[in-house]
Ligand binder design. Structure first.
Ligand SMILES: C[S@@+](CC[C@H](N)C(=O)[O-])C[C@H]1O[C@@H](n2cnc3c(N)ncnc32)[C@H](O)[C@@H]1O
Length: 275
C-alpha cells in the first residue's frame, strides 16, 4: 500500500519528517499545482498502513492508504477522479492524484461527512446551483454532510453559507472543508436545530430524504426568502408530489430525476416563474 497525505505547502517538510520518523519508506512530495501538496510513502504491510493512517489522522492530517497497483489501484483511481460539473465547478478529494490544476471552481474535500458529488441526489442539486446561483446569495445547506453543496454554492458566487447537520461529525467535516477551501470566513456550520437558525435565505438546499423534508417543512418555509428558492433531494420520483404537498404554499418550479432518485426546486412565496 501507499500512504498519501494531502497538505498545504507550509506543512510539507513537517509531514515528510513525520512519515520518516514513523518508519515509512520512499517518502516523496509533489505539488498538485493548486497550493495542495501530496506526500507519498510506502509501508511494509497493510497492518502498518492502518496504524500509520490512524496516527496521522489523530494528528489532524488528511491521510489515506491506497493500493499500489492492479485492479484495486484502478478502482481507487476511478473513485478519486474529480467530478466536473458543466466545466464551472469541480469536486475532488484533497488526496486525489488526478490532475486538478486546470479544474474550474475547484472544491476540495477532506475526510468525513457524506457527499463528494458522485451520488445522484447530490449531483442533481449541484446542477440546480449551476443553473440558479447568480452571486451574493445567503445559502442554507440543510443536512450538509461534507458541506459539498454549500461549498459549491460559494464557488459559484454565493456570498455566505450556513450549514447544519444533526451529526456532529458532519458539522466538523464541513468546518474543516470550509478551511481547506479558504471560505471559512463566510461559513458557519452547526448542529443547532433549524428552529434556532435565523433566516431569511436566498437559497436553501436540503438533500435529506422524504422523511426529514416532511418533518422540517415548516422551518424550511419560514427560512426561505420571499424571492428565494429551495432545492430538495433524496426521495424517489414517486414521492416527489408528496414532498411538494408538505412544502405548500411553496410552488414547484422544476424537477429532475436520475434512476430511482428525484430532486425538485420550489420557489419562495413571491417568486412564481419557472425556468
Ligand atoms: C444524504 S446526506 C447529504 C449530504 C450532502 N448535503 C450531499 O448532498 O451530498 C444527508 C445528511 O443529512 C443529515 N440529516 C438527516 N436528517 C437531518 C435533519 N433532520 N436535520 C439536519 N440534518 C439531517 C444526515 O446526517 C446527513 O449528513
Amino acid at each position: 500500500m501507499t500512504i498519501v497525505v494531502a497538505a498545504p505547502a507550509a506543512d510539507v517538510d513537517g509531514v515528510v519528517t513525520r512519515l520518516r520518523t514513523l518508519g515509512a519508506d520512499g517518502v516523496n512530495a509533489s505539488s498538485t499545482g493548486t497550493g495542495r501538496w501530496l506526500v507519498r510513502a510506502t509501508t511494509p504491510d497493510e497492518a502498518t498502513d492502518e496504524l500509520l493512517v490512524q496516527r496521522l489522522r489523530a494528528e489532524g492530517l488528511i491521510a489515506v492508504a491506497r493500493p499500489n497497483a492492479g485492479v484495486r489501484l484502478d478502482a481507487w483511481m476511478e473513485h478519486t477522479r474529480p467530478r466536473v460539473f458543466a466545466g464551472r465547478v469541480s469536486v475532488c478529494f484533497a488526496w486525489t492524484e488526478h490532475d486538478r490544476a486546470n479544474l474550474a471552481g475547484l472544491v476540495e474535500l477532506g475526510l468525513g461527512g457524506f457527499g463528494n458529488g458522485e451520488h445522484p441526489t447530490t449531483a442533481m442539486l449541484i446542477d440546480e446551483l449551476l443553473d440558479r446561483v447568480a452571486g451574493g446569495e445567503r445559502v442554507l445547506d440543510v443536512g450538509c454532510g461534507s458541506g459539498v453543496l454549500g461549498l459549491c454554492a460559494l464557488r459559484l458566487g454565493a456570498g455566505e453559507l450556513v450549514a447544519v447537520d444533526v451529526k456532529p461529525d458532519a458539522v466538523e467535516a464541513t468546518r474543516r472543508n470550509a478551511l481547506l477551501n479558504r471560505v471559512d470566513a463566510v461559513t458557519m456550520a452547526t448542529t443547532a436545530p433549524l428552529g434556532e437558525i435565523d433566516g431569511p435565505f436566498d437559497v436553501i438546499v436540503a438533500n435529506i430524504g422524504r422523511g426529514a423534508l416532511v418533518e422540517l417543512a415548516p422551518e424550511l418555509r419560514r427560512l426561505l426568502a420571499p424571492e428565494g428558492w429551495l432545492g430538495v433531494s433524496g426521495f424517489s420520483p414517486v414521492q416527489r408530489e408528496q414532498v411538494a404537498d408538505f412544502l405548500r404554499p411553496l410552488a414547484t418550479m422544476g424537477h429532475r430525476s436520475v434512476g430511482d432518485w428525484s430532486a425538485a426546486v420550489l420557489s419562495g412565496p413571491v417568486r412564481r416563474r419557472s425556468r
